[in-house]
Design a protein around this ligand. Sequence first.
Ligand code: AMP
Length: 304
Amino acid sequence: MSILVVGSVALDTVETPFGQAKEALGGAAVYFSYAASFFNPVRLVGVIGDDFPDEHLELLKGRDIDLSGLERAKGATFRWKGRYDYDLNEAHTLDTQLNVFETFAPKIPESFRDSEFVFLANIQPRLQLQVAQQVSAPRIIACDTMNFWIEGAYDQLRETLKKVDILVINDAEARELAREPSMVKAARQILKWGPSTLVVKRGEYGVLMFTDHSVFSAPAYPLEDVYDPTGAGDTFAGGFMGYLSTVEDINDASIRQAIVFGSTLASFNVEDFSLGRMKTLEMQDILDRFAEFKLLSHFEEVEA
Ligand code: AMP
């Protein structure tokens, strides 16, 4: 099964109360690809500048991530600088330098057009739509976005959503998109606009999933130490889509499993800066923590 991701490839500088990372490998497409590559090969479409270190490319290639859609443009790579205070759920953006990302127009290589699982990471909604239109027979198109586009490109985003099966966003974004403070009402509204599934990321409080007939709630893994939440959302999406790409039947049950795999991968990612923890991760670690998730929210029925 083929997984395609389109999104940012970045050099991130991040400060948290526990330390900092300077110009470390990051970007939505990178976190997504690395996580998804535990399940199936990934095809990445993005752009880097001429200053992007080769060692990062080697790391991705070593994970069966096809970089033939990664354009190298003249100029500097996209850079993001952020800080987290003790509330690790909230990133404070200190600086965004779009550089070569500013004029990024995703070109999907011919050999990527048959991709069945497509993740449109957080980029301009018009570009997301162009990507969705370039794939020939997708089984699932999932999409992320951010407040910047909800506020600045609302109509375009609504157009893009018509092509999206699963929208994966955080809770503040869901409320802002639907212009509705109640999450349940916001979900009902968003599900009328295209996606058949809405996945709401709630940081350390876990994930809620809404369809037109069900609601599912998964906890986040209660970690003792969270060093750097950067990329948690994209790592979640990678684990989520990665697992879905392995199942025959995409239904309520497999989407729930995918949510727990996404949460599992995200819980590892936040244990270190950049992809530090992901680099040492083995499939068995993922399966062990997946099993712990089951215990975490299991309870017995009571006799009526
Ligand atoms: P997350 O923590 O999952 O929301 O994603 C963090 C990643 O998104 C970082 O590695 C950043 O490089 C990347 N990022 C930050 N701002 C933007 C932006 N405006 N567009 C695309 N990617 C971004």
